[in-house]
Write a protein that binds this ligand. Structure first.
Ligand code: ADP
Ligand code: MG
Length: 336
């Protein structure tokens, strides 16, 4: 098999926030992203999944340098983003774009579609006036709108149409890489698949690489190649999408999967209800941070953070249940 080109490599990325608290403004540290690593190959759709508050958006924003990392490295197409001088970052910026969850909040309500879509071309000094207009018109067609919409304002569109505009704005600079942060979460289920199909068509047409962020595993099942599952700032499992759905390893992944609606009538599964909410990253539980909610937790989980183990086919998991040899836990595996 041909070795695929790595487009993005995230190494030991950390993003901590200092939050002043209380009467004396003592600082507490929120570890929104806490030492995560992954790579995305060119043309791939890589998903980041986890409940709200797990650090998915912070990861996306840090990769785009919308916020500075506390630690770690982000390498995009061979360039270390942190070390990049302003001018080079600017050129790189138009190769990396973002699509947001709420197209209504991310599109300026006072601007027409014409202005919204021309702006990125103008800011990056691409093309003359006439060529820009041509590009904008053709982009509108590509995302399933038309020239006729040019002078309309965002509020005149449906949610799905607005997201088409948001996507057009991201794609018009012909980027290589798009971070889509919950791009369909605000849309009706019937519209979700249309927007996802559009994203898949654009991916083929423009050879795009996606980081697709979602709290909903069912959305990513049919459109992503690999998945990283995040919990409280850490990646707990990474696998090819099919592997993750057929052979999940981490108890957290199993619980998330158990909430996905069944697609085959013959399939049977038990719904695993997780106890409580995601704890605050300002005061995370000891050991494995998932242990208070984990149906398979062992004693060791309360005190020690698990190591990451590999399970073939680029499937890795961070869980004590799979750190067999060193620790004696055969009794635990049997009831997992
Ligand atoms: P997700 O996208 O998975 O829902 P986020 O990345 O938005 O998660 O947030 C992760 C954690 O970081 C949350 O606990 C959130 O409250 C915290 N957080 C995010 N942004 C900030 C910020 N600017 N200042 C302080 N805390 C933040
Ligand atoms: Mg988010």
């Amino acid at each position: 098999m041909m070795k695929q080109k790595v487009l993005l490599s995230v190494n030991n990325l950390k993003k901590y926030y200092d939050i002043p608290q209380g009467l004396f403004k003592e600082k507490i540290i929120v570890k929104a992203v806490d030492d995560i690593s992954f790579t995305i190959t060119k043309g791939e759709t890589f998903a980041l999944v986890g409940e709200s508050g797990c650090g998915k958006s912070t990861t996306g924003r840090t990769i785009l340098k919308l916020t500075e990392p506390t630690g770690g490295r982000i390498i995009f197409d061979g360039n270390d983003i942190a070390a990049l001088p302003y001018k080079k970052m600017r050129t790189l910026r138009n190769r990396m774009q973002m699509v947001f969850q709420d197209p209504y909040a991310s599109l300026n309500p006072k601007k027409t579609v014409r202005e919204i879509l021309t702006e990125p071309l103008r800011v990056h000094k691409k093309f003359d006036h006439d060529t820009r207009l041509k590009k904008v018109k053709s982009m509108l067609e590509i995302v399933g709108l038309s020239e006729y919409h040019l002078d309309r304002y965002p509020h005149e569109f449906s949610g799905g149409q607005r997201q088409r505009i948001g996507i057009a704005r991201a794609v018009i600079l012909q980027p290589d890489f798009i971070i889509a942060d919950e791009p369909v979460s605000a849309l009706d289920v019937s519209v979700q698949s249309q927007v996802i199909n559009l994203m898949l068509e654009l991916q083929k047409e423009f050879e795009l690489t996606y980081l697709f962020i979602s709290h909903d595993l069912s959305v990513i099942q049919h459109m992503t190649d690999r998945v990283a599952v995040m919990y409280l700032g850490k990646i707990v499992e990474i696998a090819k999408t099919e592997d993750l759905f057929t052979n999940p390893k981490h108890p957290y992944t199993k619980a998330l999967l158990s909430a996905v609606p069944i697609t085959h009538p013959k399939e049977k599964k038990e719904r695993i209800i997780l106890k409580g909410d995601v704890p605050s990253p300002a005061n995370p539980p000891s050991g494995c941070t998932f242990h208070p909610r984990c149906p398979a937790a062992l004693d060791i989980c309360k005190t020690q953070a698990p190591k990451t183990s590999e399970h073939g086919n680029s499937h890795s998991v961070s869980c004590h249940l799979y750190n067999k040899i060193e620790e004696e836990i055969p009794h635990a595996i049997s009831h997992s």
